[in-house]
Design a protein around this ligand. Structure first.
Ligand SMILES: NC(=O)c1ccc[n+]([C@@H]2O[C@H](COP(=O)([O-])OP(=O)(O)OC[C@H]3O[C@@H](n4cnc5c(N)ncnc54)[C@H](OP(=O)(O)O)[C@@H]3O)[C@@H](O)[C@H]2O)c1
Length: 335
């Protein structure tokens, strides 16, 4: 395929580019050249998707079999790309998020039949927050692209080059060793997916001209909090001792769910966030590698990056607990 990737330089987009090149596709990437890398073999076109003249320059006299739009967060911006690319690409894939569903993470069992947020396809960034805006972006593609459109809705993504800093934070903390504050119940099931598995699925579907929405959250219950932190101990070869501390004890001491101890969920949140259904994608060919492989490959990538250059900040949220606070809570727990 002749493929255009909007974005493509950092994490999931980078995994899609790497897999597309491995499969022998001809890949053009379009980004500003600020935050990512150009993998060898791509045609890198520099430009800002929010600048109409840059989009005009991108498409002038060109045609691709398919586009994969990885970095859309504002419906109006995605709508502009959809309009400009119509007639220049045969198939449009938009990388959305499970957060586009209004019941996520409040209720377990979210799937493609669940209600999405209401959001117009031309909404601006100040209309609402991430999940609502993703729903608007989806509508911009579904309602305004002049050809077949596919929406991929990832759940919680991990893997090499993760830029959110969830697994990288845990690996970094556990590699340091000693007593490590491990949150909640080690038997609690989680649901994670490797970026490379989403990449393979997305390319398969785009090549086959698939349409509609696919939730790609991975297989529920394949991992537990215990298994995923133990994998981190194993791959880092650390002497870390995981000290499991009750949810209530942590909440009483003001530890933030989800971010301070990355991916720590409890109560309602734990029931909803780790129990979405990827049955449709699995039936269509999504395969999910074992967690051990993801943790191992992520450590192999991360270990060469000096600690001070590792980043644990998502777009809006910083991850990780202050070491003094962790030590204080561990001391109180053991007292
Ligand atoms: N992480 C998760 O757990 C999770 C879960 C669900 C869904 N998702 C979704 O998955 C996607 C992940 O994205 P990623 O960061 O991994 O993708 P990526 O394609 O690897 O990186 C983002 C790319 O977008 C480019 N970009 C940003 N703003 C741009 C602009 N205005 N014009 C042109 N290019 C621009 C960046 O390059 P420059 O900055 O150089 O322009 C970079 O190359 C997102 O859509 C996210 O909502 C993530």
């Amino acid at each position: 395929m002749k493929l255009l990737i909007i974005g493509g330089g950092v994490f999931l987009g980078r995994a899609i580019v790497a897999e597309a090149l491995r499969r022998g596709h001809e890949v053009t990437t379009f980004n500003r050249g600020r935050s990512g890398v150009d993998l060898p073999g791509v045609e890198a076109v520099r430009g800002d998707r929010e600048v109409p003249a840059d989009l005009d320059r991108l498409v002038d006299g060109r045609r691709w079999d398919a586009v994969i739009d990885v970095c859309g967060f504002t419906p109006r911006v995605v709508l502009d790309s959809v309009r400009r690319l119509s007639g220049h690409v045969g198939h449009y894939t938009f990388i959305s998020s499970i957060s586009a569903y209004a019941d996520f993470p409040g209720k377990p069992g979210v799937d493609e039949s669940s209600a999405r947020y209401e959001c117009p396809p031309d909404a601006d960034a100040d209309y609402s927050d991430y999940g609502v805006l993703k729903a608007g972006c989806e509508r911009a593609v579904e309602e305004h692209f002049d050809g077949p459109a596919l929406i991929v809705q990832p759940g919680l993504i991990i893997g090499p080059h993760e830029n959110v800093g969830r697994l990288p934070w845990w690996l970094t903390r556990i590699a340091r060793g000693g007593r490590v504050l491990a949150p909640g119940d080690p038997a609690l099931p989680m649901q994670l997916i490797d970026a490379r598995d989403i990449a393979a699925f997305t390319l398969d579907q785009a090549a086959g001209g698939a349409t509609g929405r696919f939730l790609t959250g991975g297989v529920p219950g394949r991992a537990t909090y215990g298994s995923w932190l133990r994998e981190c101990v194993e791959v880092t070869g650390s002497d870390a001792e995981l000290v499991w501390v009750d949810d209530a004890f942590l909440l009483d001491r003001g530890v933030e769910l989800w971010s301070e101890l990355p991916l720590w969920a409890s109560g309602e949140l734990a029931r909803g966030v780790w129990a979405t259904s990827s049955a449709k994608a699995l039936a269509a060919g999504l395969t999910c590698r074992p967690l051990s492989e993801t943790v191992r490959d992520t450590w192999e990538w991360l270990r060469d990056i000096p600690e001070e250059r590792r980043s644990f900040g998502a777009r809006t949220l910083r991850h990780g607990i202050d070491p003094d606070k962790e030590a204080r809570i561990l001391a109180e727990w053991s007292a």
